[in-house]
Design a protein around this ligand. Structure first.
Ligand code: MG
Length: 229
């Protein structure tokens, strides 16, 4: 991996909740650190438990405290905007962005995991896309399960991204435990609609064992996050 002087922020989003954003962010953080890159991952808002934040904290060898990884957490397993209201709290995009920027100044790469999908409500004044737009990240990772429907899902997310972010984005097609008929054709079909879009196939990571293919996929993503856009 080439050395970087510049600090970089990478926003990790997806087409839905539960699609593997945290698994991917943790695996990429580990891989970057294995290559000597000072990388950390944040999940600024968590609702319904802080397991995502703990996984990201561990992936970065506890370079950050849990409250740095995740300053805002709420009990209800609902969109953070609503979960916060239930606790009579109101979180603004500005304070979330300020926290992320403060952390990002200290590390070479800071991954930022949103909550839910791109348009899921996040703060009192906006959704994941609004936070992304405020942060102006150097790269955007869009996690989509590689199954029937993925082309539509990936296109919806790409269409919803601010134009500048679209040019800096990579779609990660996450292999499913049981591939279907579309799993082998999704990438080529998506490429027909989204000319020039970067894509990475990520094998199923649940076993915890880093296969050669998974390592290669993570290296491709690492290179993407560090490339000049
Ligand atoms: Mg997650």
């Amino acid at each position: 991996m080439k050395a970087m002087g510049q600090r970089r922020m990478v926003f990790v989003t997806g087409n839905d909740t539960g699609v593997g954003k945290t698994v991917l962010a943790a695996a990429l953080t580990r891989r970057l650190r294995a290559h000597g890159v000072d990388a950390v991952a944040l999940k600024p808002l968590c609702s319904g438990g802080r397991n995502d934040a703990r996984a990201l904290q561990t992936a970065a060898d506890h370079a950050l405290t849990l409250d740095e990884v995740n300053p805002w957490h709420f009990r209800a397993a609902l969109a953070p905007k609503l979960a916060a209201r239930l606790e009579k709290r109101r979180i603004s995009r500005r304070e979330v962005a300020a926290h992320v920027r403060m952390i990002a100044r200290r590390f070479q790469i800071t991954l930022v995991e949103g909550a839910g999908g791109l348009l899921s409500p996040l703060t009192e004044d906006g959704d994941n896309r609004d936070l992304l737009a405020a942060l102006r990240p150097e790269a955007v990772i869009i996690v989509v399960p590689n199954r029937l429907g993925a082309v539509n899902q990936a296109r919806l997310v790409l269409a919803a991204l601010p134009k500048i972010a679209r040019r800096r984005s990579v779609v990660v097609l996450v292999e499913q435990r049981k591939p279907d008929a579309a799993s082998r054709t999704n990438a080529a079909l998506l490429a027909e609609f989204a000319a020039g879009i970067s894509m990475v196939h990520l094998p199923w990571l649940a076993s915890g064992r880093l296969t050669f293919r998974a390592a290669a996929a993570l290296d491709a993503l690492a290179a993407f996050t560090m490339a000049d856009s």
